[in-house]
Design a protein around this ligand. Sequence first.
Ligand SMILES: [Zn+2]
Ligand SMILES: [Zn+2]
Length: 144
Amino acid sequence: MEANKYIQLLEKREIQPTAIRLLILKTMMQADRPVSLPELEDILDTVDKSTIFRTLTLFLSHHLIHSIDDGSGTFKYAVCSASCTCQVSDLHTHFHCEKCNRTFCFKNIPTPVVNLPEGFTLTSINYVLKGVCPDCAAKHLTAQ
Ligand SMILES: [Zn+2]
Ligand SMILES: [Zn+2]
């Protein structure tokens, strides 16, 4: 049952489901927030690093996942919504916590629409808000 869900997700994006791809997708979905390549390498420490990298590249090119440049110097990756094609209209807001360095997908908050001057064509938006996440805010409160 469980495994079926991941096979369907891969097949929907026209990706051949192999054991390693299923494992990486499952790990990313269970993380429930964007993860960086070093984080994935850490969790999947038995998997060859270049295999993880190649799998992420494949997932990206099939719009199964999206990458987030949160300004931390390390790209983070998150699984896209089922209907996402990574067009500008599909893009959502991200939040980077400056305390714990985690990044969050706000899938229900689309990126704001900006009216560009004539002649400019929009192809992508990297909209990252920065601040403190609820977990870190709570820690701050208990530390006082
Ligand atoms: Zn935090
Ligand atoms: Zn996201």
